[in-house]
Design a protein around this ligand. Structure first.
Ligand SMILES: NC(=O)c1ccc[n+]([C@@H]2O[C@H](COP(=O)([O-])OP(=O)(O)OC[C@H]3O[C@@H](n4cnc5c(N)ncnc54)[C@H](OP(=O)(O)O)[C@@H]3O)[C@@H](O)[C@H]2O)c1
Length: 316
């Protein structure tokens, strides 16, 4: 099968499209024929081995895992003997954070997959896993947003942000989105009640007060969370230095600030699928690339100005 591979750390230019062995299916796994992927900041962090400390998990001198990629959608071809929730022919989507999704086939634990809604497409659903799981876990699991509460979402127009706005609205929140003026109309169309353009309003001097502040971009300081929020959730990071300073400051403060890494949970994937099926959540796929152009897709998303998501498709 074809796959997008890497044998060292570096930029998108080191990626190769090559023939590799098709994976076999483990007892708790499903073998998926991949129809589409999406690109996430996690892909270029993994590709570059940046931040450096992450290499203790991914391989100190060179990457342990050859195939890049996390988000996918496709069709189940085979199931392991313990698999309970899927059967051959099911259309599925999911997250393979360890890497291995940018390939024609992958074998993955069934708990990291969900069933695609009947009315959905492969590009659309491949764009959901990491960003959608992060958004739902940021707003609901960790943010504990209740109906009627106000929430500020910083970085509202990207993969995570554009889902977080819609999920916060679906759970009854009053949403203020922060994005560039270029994306203000987009964020309003997604349902934000208020929009702040960061190129017109200095967020570090904004005096609005919100029940919950969610930072997907990762440039807020501890003082910003405290000034604007009653509680906070930190999702993204701009620099490791900034994040470490913020978390250290948080250790000596009563302000409830949560930082988390999203988990690939089947139940949350199914909730996202239901929200898509009932029309509460739409996926904005800004650009679609062919599998052969996955390096270009990664180059595009590395600029961190994606409007929604970038998808990549395989021809079968
Ligand atoms: N904790 C976790 O488990 C987890 C999971 C997924 C992602 N993440 C992290 O979350 C972050 C966002 O991921 P993503 O997939 O949403 O990235 P993305 O799709 O590239 O979105 C980034 C967004 O940031 C916005 N932005 C740029 N400069 C900004 C500024 N000064 N103020 C506010 N917003 C600004 C951009 O909007 P404009 O184009 O309008 O400027 C863009 O829409 C990344 O750091 C990623 O590593 C963490």
């Amino acid at each position: 099968m074809k796959a997008i591979t890497k044998t060292s750390y570096g930029g998108p230019e080191i990626l190769q499209l090559e023939e590799v062995e098709k994976p076999s299916v483990g007892d708790n796994q499903v073998l998926v024929k991949v129809y589409a992927n999406s690109a996430n900041p996690a892909d270029w962090h993994t590709l570059r081995g940046d931040p450096f400390f992450a290499r203790f998990a991914t391989g100190l001198l060179k990457p342990k895992d050859k195939i890049l990629g996390a988000d996918f959608s496709g069709v189940v071809e085979e199931t392991g003997k313990n698999v309970k929730h899927f059967q051959p022919g099911d259309r599925v989507f999911g997250e393979y954070l360890k890497g291995g999704a940018f390939a024609e086939y992958l074998s993955i634990n069934e708990e990291h997959c969900g069933k695609m809604p009947a009315n959905s497409g492969f590009e659309e659903m491949a764009s959901v896993p990491i960003a959608g799981l992060t958004a739902i876990q940021g707003v609901v699991t960790h943010g504990k947003l209740k109906a009627g509460e106000s929430v500020l979402i910083n970085g509202a127009s990207g993969g995570v942000g554009h889902f977080a706005i819609q999920i916060a609205k679906a759970y009854g929140g009053v949403v203020t989105g922060v994005c560039s003026s270029r994306n203000a109309g987009f964020v309003r169309e997604l349902g934000a009640d208020h929009v702040l353009a960061y190129d017109k309003t200095n967020i570090h001097e904004h005096h609005g007060k919100y029940d919950l502040v969610i930072d997907t971009h990762g440039n807020l300081f501890h003082a910003d969370f405290k000034r604007m929020g009653h509680r906070g959730v930190l999702i993204g990071f701009t620099t490791m230095g900034h994040m470490i300073r913020l978390l250290l400051r948080s250790l000596f403060s009563q302000f409830p600030l949560t930082q988390f890494t999203a988990q690939a949970k089947r139940q949350d994937l199914q909730t996202l699928a239901s929200l898509i099926e009932n029309g509460s959540l739409r996926v904005n796929v800004e650009k679609t690339y062919s599998y052969a152009d996955i390096p270009q897709a990664i180059t595009y998303i590395e600029k961190m100005h994606t409007r929604g998501k970038v998808a990549m498709v395989w021809d079968h």
